[in-house]
Design a protein around this ligand. Structure first.
Ligand code: ZN
Length: 235
């Protein structure tokens, strides 16, 4: 048990170090290029960024999910290259509802592909729908990756009239005739637990499919059938 705990701590430390490296990398490239770049994989920049270690307060670099509470790793907006939000309305928390969506679009099973899709959804929601940001609170890929959308603290645009009283979680893919992967399902459950532990979701929350609160088939028949068996489901 002790060994397992130690290994887990080491792993978390590694994750944190990677996140910090990535953030520093973004900052460095921002400084060099005068803008934020999408393609930031260049190893030389990564090495150079290590020189910036002392320039940041660690407390500013620690993502929300690193503060405990059994939270999944959440890919921050800066890490996935989100456009700056134009939203300002805070979400009154803890919310009483969690709303489940599917994207009704392509599925993805790795970080690169999922990131591309999330960026596309944000662009669509902002440029075409004229929303202030990507509509969902969080987006989940079938590899189990969790992307920060509006996050815990801002009202989403995903399931009126429940936007102001819910967290909206969207799994990438179309789940009309197949279920999302176990990794995606576990990530959603873990994210809900995380929200409760951090005080953003009520302990006695109601879990609903988008179709339960609006005129839509979302989150698809197969996924919907699954969430009806999850804890706290309320039609
Ligand atoms: Zn939906």
């Amino acid at each position: 048990m002790a060994m397992k705990g130690l290994a887990k701590r080491t792993e978390r430390k590694e994750d944190l170090r990677r996140d910090i490296d990535t953030l520093k990398l973004h900052s460095l490239i921002g400084i060099l290029a005068g803008t934020c770049s999408d393609n930031i994989e260049a190893a030389k920049f990564r090495v150079a960024s290590l020189a910036f270690v002392g320039a940041f307060k660690v407390s500013e670099l620690v993502p929300d999910n690193k503060e405990g509470g059994g939270c999944p790793k959440i890919i921050s907006r800066s890490a996935w290259g989100a456009h700056a939000t134009k939203c300002s309305t805070p979400l009154a928390t803890p919310v009483a509802n969690v709303i489940i969506h599917h994207s009704a679009g392509p599925a993805c099973n790795n970080r690169v592909k999922c990131t591309t899709i999330v960026k596309g959804i944000q662009r669509y929601h902002m440029d075409t729908n004229k929303w202030c940001d990507i509509g969902y609170s969080f987006v989940v890929g079938e590899d189990g990756s969790v992307f920060e959308g509006r996050g815990w603290k801002k009202i989403g645009t995903h399931a009126p009239p429940f936007n102001s009283k819910s967290i909206g979680i969207c799994v990438l893919g179309t789940f009309t005739s197949r279920a999302p992967s176990a990794a995606a399902q576990n990530a959603v459950k873990s994210l809900i637990k995380c929200g409760i532990s951090k005080g953003f979701i009520r302990h006695n929350y109601d879990l609903r499919g988008h179709r339960n609160v609006g005129q839509t088939s979302c989150p698809g028949n197969s996924f919907y059938k699954i969430i009806t068996k999850w804890a706290h489901f309320k039609p």
